[in-house]
Design a binder for this molecule. Structure first.
Ligand SMILES: O=C1C[C@@](O)(C(=O)O)C[C@@H](O)[C@@H]1O
Length: 162
């Protein structure tokens, strides 16, 4: 069994109505529904049970606690930290402090946007970064993190690139 926490930061509760040209028309609930379907299919094809937990908060400290809890429980983290990506040393410290295996995701291609979105405080402590694929960024992160968690749990070998 692998456990994955899908954590979303500020303003992602507004998806669907928030700048749809940038972020698309999917709501966060839509993203959860499609990710759960993807997880069920992946569970069957990868021979494991994928347990998904979803959370969203607009509050930095709550996001820090969610990341800590996931990491300390040995769960993987798919993290869209929203604007805190670009500002939060506390979030970076939570990932490294709790030794969370985290993938940073963004719906938009942050590198094609304003300069202030080009820098991530958390990328250096994330396993990797996926940006620019809309709701599919979460799907790609799920596909990437499952074998990493299996490898870490010792159930399969040699799938990571590090
Ligand atoms: O809130 C967000 C959403 C975002 O993380 C994305 O998913 O594209 C990109 C961030 O720069 C922005 O502040």
């Amino acid at each position: 069994m692998v456990s994955i926490h899908v954590l979303n930061g500020p303003n992602l509760n507004l998806l669907g109505r928030r700048e749809p040209d940038v972020y698309g028309r999917f709501t966060l609930a839509d993203i959860e529904t499609r990710l759960r379907a993807r997880a069920a299919a992946l569970s069957a094809s990868m021979g494991t049970t994928i347990e998904l937990t979803f959370a969203q908060t607009n509050i930095e400290g709550e996001l820090v606690t969610l990341v800590q809890n996931a990491g300390l429980a040995g769960a993987g983290v798919i993290l869209n930290a929203g604007a805190y990506t670009h500002t939060s040393i506390a979030l970076r410290d939570a990932i490294s402090g709790a030794q969370a295996l985290a993938i940073e995701v963004h719906l938009s291609n942050v590198h094609a946007r304003e300069q202030f979105r080009h820098h991530s405080m958390i990328a250096a402590v994330a396993h990797g970064v996926i940006a620019g694929f809309g709701a599919a960024s979460y799907d790609l992160a799920l596909e990437a993190i499952v074998p990493l968690l299996q490898e870490r749990a010792g159930t399969v070998k040699g799938v990571g690139n590090h």
